[in-house]
Design a protein around this ligand. Structure first.
Ligand SMILES: C[S@@+](CC[C@H](N)C(=O)[O-])C[C@H]1O[C@@H](n2cnc3c(N)ncnc32)[C@H](O)[C@@H]1O
Length: 336
């Protein structure tokens, strides 16, 4: 339906990940757009544009001070690593760690472009065996990481984050929770009902076929305790978007919405083999989650009709009262 967080299953649709080897600590490059730099950049642009309060909330929870040592676990293209670097004011260090050399190369290029080399280092490594000594970090951060790790690696990953944290330091993990997705569309009751079932089926199917757990948010305290944390706090990570809410600059907001809907429509109508493969990959997860082929086809039909309606008559966007809520959790573990 509407927007995406950097971890929600909604949009853009999941791409096939044929080369992913989950059993090993290294794996070939994942296929975009689900995890590539293009997707990570897109997801963050959309997240921050739609939710201007999100970044200040995150920065407050991170509480980065000059002189700190921080670690960004599975940093991807390094957006949050650079955010931490920017808060160090030239004093201290942040290390970004990721197993994917392609993402690390992108992260390195951006580090140089933005001028953070003196405080930011990047290393190849995997969350369950961080290439760092014990007790060096004041803050260990991980955004949208645990939900894609194999289930039997999640506690070990947080145990590693705890190991590299000094006594008095903190581990902050931000993850999605698929149970926090709510869709309301009074103008399109059939689509609303189907959309809800599609979401639930996708969450179930992805867990069954890929082991990716969109409902990991609620499990974080369990994982943190199993990893050895005695003091744990959780904070909400909630987002809400109304179709007709065009932000502080409604003219620009409307143009952005039209572009977004046009792109979503083009993706659904695209007959190129990779677009078809993406849809087939998604449909496979929906079927595994219990949705029938008839429901999948009807959902697609209604979604296309909605997007055509909104792009062909943009004034309909102003009247679109649909509301999409989604979210997750921040979990903080204190190293005592
Ligand atoms: C959703 S991305 C988040 C990246 C970064 N923390 C951010 O917020 O931009 C997940 C990261 O986990 C890494 N990763 C490690 N093992 C993975 C796996 N089995 N499946 C998917 N991603 C994996 C990827 O390289 C990627 O950088």
């Amino acid at each position: 339906m509407q927007p995406t967080d950097d971890a929600t299953p909604q949009q853009p649709p999941a791409a096939p990940r044929p080369n992913t080897t989950r059993e090993t600590h290294t794996y070939p490059r994942l296929q975009v757009p689900l995890f590539g730099t293009e997707y990570l950049d897109y997801a963050k642009r959309q997240l921050f544009a739609r939710h201007p309060d999100y970044l200040p909330t995150l920065v407050r929870l991170m509480d980065v001070h000059p002189g700190m040592t921080a670690v960004d676990v599975h940093c991807g293209a390094g957006f949050y690593t650079r955010l931490i670097a920017s808060r160090l004011q030239g004093e201290g260090h942040v290390v970004g760690i990721d197993p994917d050399p392609v993402l690390l190369t992108h992260a390195q290029q951006q580090t140089i472009i933005e001028g953070w080399e003196e405080v930011l280092a990047l290393r190849q490594g995997y969350a369950t065996a961080l290439p760092l000594p014990d007790g060096i970090a004041d803050l260990v951060f991980a955004n949208s990481v645990l939900w894609v790790l194999p289930q039997d690696q999640r506690v070990q990953a947080v145990r590693e984050m705890r190991r590299v944290t000094r006594v008095g330091g903190r581990v902050l993990v931000a993850e999605p929770d698929g149970g926090l997705v709510h869709i309301y569309d009074e103008q399109r009751p059939e689509l609303q009902e189907l959309e809800t079932r599609v979401h639930e089926a996708f969450v179930r199917g992805t867990l069954a076929l890929d082991g990716d757990d969109y409902q990991i948010g609620r499990k974080l305290p369990t994982i943190f305790q199993a990893a050895g944390f005695e003091r744990v706090r959780v904070f909400p990570r909630l987002f809400v978007v109304a179709g007709c809410d065009l932000g502080d600059d409604p003219k620009q907001g409307l143009l952005d919405r039209i572009t977004e809907y046009q792109q979503a429509l083009a993706a659904l109508l695209n007959t190129a083999p990779e677009a078809q493969a993406r849809r087939a990959h998604r449909a496979e997860r929906l079927r595994a989650g219990g949705l029938s082929d008839a429901d999948i086809a009807r959902h697609q039909e209604l979604t296309i009709a909605r997007l055509k309606d909104l792009t062909e008559q943009p004034q309909r966007i102003l009247q679109d009262t649909s509301v999409y809520m989604y979210g997750g959790l921040f979990c903080m573990g204190y190293r005592t």
